[in-house]
Design a protein around this ligand. Sequence first.
Ligand code: SF4
Length: 180
Amino acid sequence: MDAHKKIEEYITQYPIYQYAFLSPEEVEFSDRVRTICKKECSRYGNSWSCPPAVGTVEQCRSKCLEYTDALFFSSVAEVDDIMNMSAVLKTRKEHEELTGQIENYLREEGYFCLTLSTESCDLCEKCAYPKHPCSHPDQMHPCIESHGILVTDLVEKHCMDYYMGEKYVLWYTLIFFRRV
Ligand code: SF4
């Protein structure tokens, strides 16, 4: 069976809203996104999953281009009001679990994976950065933007949804993968 078809059959058992297979070459990496991290995100310089710890945008790009394929997918969560940030962030856990399950499946199928997901990693109560090495390097997922990738750009290219109204949150994951 075609590799993508097999993965497709597996992932459709999960509550994935939309997905697309893409080539790492088509992903755009931009220093502009990094500037936004630096200026607007409190996690900048506070986590192994965020810049500058993840490397320069050029280093991130080189890492991603070591893979032959990528799977981009979204899931949807319902909230009372999308402007309520703490309620929105509470829905993130489910998407992260879903991401971990799909990443584990790909690894079991014999793929190397580089998984980028939502927000800054919160696996530890307090991130070990910068004094100690990351405590869970195999489970930690840097956020997509940390690598200079614009999620809206991928969403548009693959005709996926970015906004579904005030009651829904969309979360995204991008898994780069290649045969071991
Ligand atoms: S696993 Fe822990 S140490 Fe590693 S990035 Fe996440 S919070 Fe930081």
